[in-house]
Structures are given as structure tokens and as C-alpha cells.
Unconditional design. Structure first.
Length: 236
């Protein structure tokens, strides 16, 4: 049974607390701090953009990621400028954006896009413990292609040494979402101009082998990629 005093605690557990850096100020009605909605956006995406500075120069680098609970994992070569810089504990801004549609209005001013985006601020941690590092690589691999880790050769000792894994905690987090039709000025609804939303969908093509697949090996099924948006109990 929930008591009056327990409700704020439960709400805090289910939402990210806005900070001075993550509070959405412009069009605040589009702000989302609900953890379930934030997780859903992160789990549907697989490519993020990571912003950081090195020697006073700004950089924004795209990279793969995956979520495990309240942690995002990234990986790459030990020679990567981004990973070497982030491993030093510098401030980082990570963003994920899903584009859902073109929003066409009757005026140029009110044109927009329907989208779902997440911004994460914080400092990444270098993953040094072997078991966590291996598990992070599994999570990333299976996030992109569900079940792929169990059917491929795992990384050997040399590959593990050459690979850097970083963990970014989901602490300072905010999402922003736009849905629905355009919002035209009332007088513009009398104009003979089509307005509405043109949805955007990602479509997979037919798999193309690399020319050296053994004769008895089955082609990867495209339906597996649809599983990426499903819920993995190990990640929540």
C-alpha cells in the first residue's frame, strides 16, 4: 500500500530530476524526464553523437552505443581520440535523435519535424574489469543485431586489449519530443495549401553476403532487426 509520503519517492525513482543543465526551457511542454520514455528512445536508437572538448577545440563524434539499466556503453579502438579523451574523465554531452516525420505547415515559419531526442550529460568511466568489459561488448553487439553475440566468434585476448569500453551513467538526462500536426496561425487555415505530416520510416534492404559465406550458411533474417525495439529484461 502506497502512503502519501511514499508517492514522491516513487515518482523520483521513475523520473530523472532536471538540473540547471538539463532542464528544458524552450518549448518546455515537449520535455520528457520519465525514465521509461527515455529508455525507449535510447533502446530504439543505436547511433549517438558525443560532444567533448580537447585542447579547447570542440568535437562531435558519431558512435554506436547500448544501454544497460542506468548506464550507456560505448566502445572503439584504443587509438580513438574520442575514447582516449573521455577516459580522462572530461565533461561529455551525448545525444540520440530519432526523426519521425516532416511537419509541413501553411507558412514557412511553422514548418518543423516530429522527433524524439535524448541528451545525456556527465563523465564517462573507463571499464577495466574484464567481466564487465566483455558483458558491455555483448550488450552493444546484441543491441544492434539481437542474438548476434551467441553466433559469432567472441573477441580474443589481443582484440580485447585493442578495444576500449566506456560507461556513461544516466544521471543528468532529459528528452524532448515533438508529435502531431503543424500549428498554423488561425488566419492561415483559409489558405489553399496542403499541410500535415509526412511520416519517416527506416526500411531494411535485402541482406548482401560478402562473397565468402559458406554454402550451407543461412542468410541473416531481417525480422531479427525488428527485435531491437523490444524489451530485454536484462536491460531494465
Amino acid at each position: 500500500m502506497c502512503t502519501a509520503t511514499s508517492l514522491p519517492i516513487m515518482a523520483a525513482m521513475n523520473t530523472y530530476t532536471p538540473t540547471q543543465r538539463t532542464k528544458v526551457r524552450r518549448l518546455s511542454k515537449r520535455a520528457v524526464y520519465d525514465k521509461a520514455q527515455v529508455h525507449a528512445i535510447l533502446d530504439e536508437g543505436f547511433l549517438c553523437h558525443v560532444g567533448f572538448t580537447q585542447d579547447s577545440h570542440p568535437f562531435v563524434i558519431p558512435t554506436l552505443y547500448a544501454r544497460s539499466g542506468e548506464t550507456l556503453y560505448m566502445h572503439g579502438s584504443g587509438a580513438s581520440r574520442m575514447l582516449k579523451t573521455l577516459a580522462q574523465g572530461v565533461d561529455v554531452c551525448l545525444t540520440v535523435t530519432l526523426v519521425d516525420g516532416y511537419v509541413l505547415a501553411r507558412s514557412a515559419f511553422h514548418h518543423s519535424m516530429n522527433y524524439r531526442s535524448v541528451t545525456v550529460l556527465g563523465r564517462a568511466r573507463l571499464v577495466t574489469e574484464l567481466a564487465e568489459k566483455m558483458e558491455a561488448l555483448r550488450i552493444i553487439t546484441d543491441h544492434v543485431v539481437p542474438g548476434r553475440w551467441d553466433e559469432v566468434r567472441g573477441p580474443n585476448e589481443l582484440e580485447m586489449k585493442q578495444t576500449v569500453v566506456l560507461a556513461l551513467p544516466l544521471e543528468e538526462v532529459a528528452a524532448k519530443v515533438r508529435m502531431g500536426p503543424p500549428a498554423d496561425d488561425e488566419e492561415d487555415y483559409a489558405l489553399p495549401i496542403w499541410a500535415g505530416v509526412v511520416p519517416i520510416h527506416t526500411q531494411l534492404g535485402d541482406p548482401v553476403g560478402d562473397g565468402r559465406v559458406l554454402p550451407d550458411v543461412k542468410m541473416v533474417e531481417r525480422s531479427r532487426f525488428a527485435l531491437r525495439t523490444g524489451k530485454d529484461s536484462k536491460r531494465d
